[in-house]
Design a protein around this ligand. Structure first.
Ligand code: IPE
Ligand code: IPE
Ligand code: MG
Length: 243
């Protein structure tokens, strides 16, 4: 679908996320190396981000690398590291043009100083006060680690007398979690598997979840828009009696 032909859809205030799975299988299917699969995945990210901004989403959180992904071969991790740096380099000017605020969350320190400073620079350059879209990238992220870290921070605040046990609420927990969103409205997972793979565990309480068999490098703006349209037609009941 040509970018200009995107049908009008208004999802103001909606927080969406994607588990971008299938790069490895796509590479294998096309007899390419795994890094080419991840590279192709980055091309798709660019198009989907543009489309998310046009659909007026509040935020888009992308699962790029999980805590479990550290157990992948060193060569693959090195390829991903180089790709993060080159993707930031090539895409930040476009994000600035589109007024998209970029934010990374998770523990990505093991990728090294070059990645850390590229991320800090990109976050600084895109720190719009009132962005058209908040683009959050989960890198070295795990939902359980996130909850454990938040629990420790809260326990510490209590020990220091800055927080009381009675005051712990949903809002408190969201405040101490790394992920820069609260409620997650829509989660899409590509690649055909029906699992969460340790993504935003606490945030998923009332999320609409959609699974697609498409491998991430084959995912299109057209399919993304279909997901958004399906979401906008869903009746969200939050436990209440249907009207
Ligand atoms: C997702 O694609 C990207 C990362 C986890 C970094 P995969 O590399 O997991 O692709 P498949 O699941 O092996 O096809
Ligand atoms: C989930 O994909 C993580 C990301 C997309 C970054 P994985 O390929 O790592 O998940 P599993 O192994 O299928 O659960
Ligand atoms: Mg996978």
């Amino acid at each position: 679908m040509a970018e200009s032909k995107q049908p009008p859809i208004n999802l103001t205030g909606i927080n969406a996320a994607i588990i971008m799975d299938g790069n490895g299988r796509w590479a294998k299917k096309n007899t390419l190396n795994i890094t080419s699969g991840h590279e192709r995945g980055v091309d798709v990210v660019r198009k989907i981000v543009e489309s998310a901004a046009k659909a007026h989403l509040e935020s888009l959180s992308l699962y790029a690398f999980s805590t479990e992904n550290w157990s992948r071969p060193k060569k693959e991790i090195l390829g991903i590291k180089k790709l993060i740096i080159s993707a930031i380099d090539s895409q930040v000017p476009e994000l600035i043009n589109q007024e998209v605020r970029l934010n990374f969350f998770g523990d990505y320190s093991s990728f090294g100083d070059e990645v850390i400073s590229a991320i800090q620079q990109a976050e600084k350059e895109t720190a719009f006060q009132d962005p058209k879209l908040k683009l959050n990238i989960a890198l070295g992220y795990g939902g359980r680690t996130d909850i454990i870290k938040a629990t420790k921070l809260i326990a510490n605040e209590i020990q220091l007398g800055r927080l009381s046990v009675e005051d712990i609420s949903d809002e408190t927990i969201f405040r101490y979690l790394q992920a820069p969103i609260n409620e997650l409205d829509l989660l899409i997972r590509t690649g055909g598997d029906h699992r969460i793979s340790n993504f935003l565990l606490y945030h998923l309480a009332y999320t609409e979840i959609q699974f697609s068999d498409t491998l991430w490098p084959d995912f299109t703006v057209r399919e993304f828009i279909k997901c958004l349209e399906r979401f906008s037609k869903t009746e969200r009941r939050f436990g209440k009696r249907a009207l």
